[in-house]
Design a protein around this ligand. Structure first.
Ligand code: ATP
Length: 360
């Protein structure tokens, strides 16, 4: 089912200011939409409004073609999974999964069929007779998912459902969730502050900050064409490098004069009105050039983070400016050494220093 948010706003009674304002979104049928953003940006508030657990102060919330602002949560045909999945401890896995269907007075054979088929999908069919205390955290999280899936709702709402799991299990569950979504094709709205979850699972990402939507799009668009400096810095690890400077005679020169580079033709065209104005050049750590073609600036290696496949070099320019540079793990660098590096002119992001919006 399609979910549309038209100019949605939220003001909590105890607050002077609106927590969310002018939220406009179209979540298509079958989308896996991830609402991403730092702590406190309003993700949970938004999800709870969609769920019918928070009232909507202004705007329209539409499910399919129906305005549902005033519809009770239980009548919205949604299923929710939260971070704290609170299974009933005295019930077996089977009973936990069957509970909502029994409450709805579904026929026993239908309940059995649904629970069995869902348990199979989640690969927990061997644990149906166990109590939650007798299974692992990851298995419990799957039971919580199963509880939502058996209801065959039109929309899944998930709020940080993986954040209680350890790193390895989270990685595994990310893949599982994508697989389950592929099979069920249920419209899913998933809240997280974890950019890796967003990048790996979403068909659509909504990145929020401070109660406002910063960018909506496909994961690769966030990495390759961030619309503003907040998005550029939020997505990507190590964090994108930002270098303040100016365009003078079609050349970018950093404020300290140490980095000079001619952007490609398309970028020069986009920068036509920025002659001599303050701008930021953004470049991701893996888009520096090392070796004999590296001729844009000299720097000293300050710290080396060894990650196995790659190394992150923290380098310092003469001006004191720090940059993060990713190099292959087998390249040899020593702390204190001086090296020349270059910038790949096909990988430059330019931002207006005043508005912080993307230029190219
Ligand atoms: P987190 O990732 O930390 O859960 P979030 O992005 O989900 O954060 P929200 O929980 O939606 O953010 O909170 C957004 C803002 O609304 C915060 O400033 C928070 O303090 C405020 N807020 C949340 N719930 C209430 C409430 N019931 N009454 C008043 N203010 C609230």
């Amino acid at each position: 089912m399609k979910v549309i948010l038209n100019n949605i706003g939220k003001k909590y009674e105890s607050r002077e200011e609106f927590t969310l304002r002018n939220i406009n979104l179209e979540i298509e049928d079958k989308d896996f939409c991830v609402i991403l953003g730092p702590s406190g940006c309003g993700k949970t508030t938004l999800l709870r409004m969609i769920a019918g657990l928070n009232s909507i102060t202004e705007g329209d919330l539409i499910f399919g073609t129906k305005r549902v602002n005033k519809l009770a949560s239980k009548d919205r045909d949604i299923a929710m999974v939260f971070q704290s999945y609170a299974l009933y401890p005295h019930m077996t896995v089977y009973e936990n999964m069957a509970f909502s269907l029994s409450m709805r007075k579904e026929r026993k054979d239908i309940i059995q069929e649904r629970v069995t088929e869902t348990a199979k999908l989640l690969q927990i069919e061997d644990y149906l007779h166990c109590k939650p205390s007798d299974i692992s955290g990851g298995q419990r999280q799957r039971v919580a998912l199963g509880r939502a899936i058996v209801r065959k709702s039109k929309v899944f709402l998930m709020d940080e459902p993986l954040s209680n799991l350890d790193a390895k299990l989270r990685e595994h569950m990310r893949v599982e969730l994508v697989r389950i979504h592929k099979q069920l094709e249920t419209t899913t709205i998933y809240v997280t502050h974890d950019q890796v979850e967003a990048m790996t699972m979403a068909t659509k990402i909504v990145l929020m900050n401070d109660g406002k939507v910063q960018q909506v799009g496909k994961p690769y668009e966030f990495y390759n064409k961030p619309e503003n400096m907040f998005v550029a810095k939020f997505i990507g690890s190590p964090t994108i490098n930002m270098i303040k400077g100016k365009i003078i005679n079609n050349k970018f020169t950093s404020d300290d004069g140490l980095i000079n580079i001619t952007p490609n033709e398309a970028d020069i065209k986009a920068l036509i009105n920025y002659n001599n104005k303050d701008i930021y050049l953004g470049i991701r750590s893996e888009r520096f050039i090392s070796g004999k073609n590296a001729e844009h600036f000299e720097s000293v290696v300050d710290i080396i983070e060894v990650l196995g496949k790659d190394k992150t070099l923290f380098v310092k320019l003469k001006s004191g400016k720090d940059l993060l540079i990713t190099v292959p793990g087998h390249f040899n660098y020593e702390i204190g050494e001086s090296h020349m590096f270059g910038l790949d002119s096909e990988a430059l992001h330019f931002f207006d220093a005043e508005t912080q919006q993307r230029i190219n």
